[in-house]
Design a protein around this ligand. Sequence first.
Ligand code: COA
Length: 147
Amino acid sequence: MLYQALYVPEGGQPFPRDIIKIPEISRYAEGWGKRGDTGFVALDESNHLIGAVWIRLLTGENKGYGYVDDATPELSIAVTPEYRGLGVGTKLITHLLEQTENRFGAISLSVSSDNPAVRLYHRIGFEVAASGDSLTMVKRMNAESDD
Ligand SMILES: CC(C)(COP(=O)(O)OP(=O)(O)OC[C@H]1O[C@@H](n2cnc3c(N)ncnc32)[C@H](O)[C@@H]1OP(=O)(O)O)[C@@H](O)C(=O)NCCC(=O)NCCS
């Protein structure tokens, strides 16, 4: 799922498979189960994995591309190619936000500015907090951070 979460523009070269081992990428999933780690998977009717969404606090030397502050976890999401555009990603994020709204003041993410997913994030209420080749987007939640 971490590999599937890497955006490749239409017609672009896929990343080498072991790119997920470099620290900038692996830090989003390595040693899963740390305090604050929260995620959900989507399964098809045969129980095959077709998507996942997860959040993790990445702070200090471990900051991610979408770092905002030490209390704001970063969101990652992927849906397998054959299931994209069918509403799975929307369901996953909506569920994650419902389940975590009382735990965090905000959730952030980093997305290439040319990724169609920017539209999805806007629809769900993420706002652009910083922009360049990539956008940092933030969704404010009801709760104050518990950290
Ligand atoms: C982004 C992603 C998780 C969305 O899940 P999804 O199930 O396809 O999304 P939904 O069907 O619920 O919503 C459709 C929206 O997803 C986005 N989307 C659809 N196909 C996409 C694709 N191939 N790549 C990226 N985003 C896509 C668009 O914003 C679309 O909205 P639109 O109809 O207004 O264009 C999924 O498409 C994906 O895994 N893409 C590749 C990896 C990626 O870009 N991950 C996010 C990195 S920040």
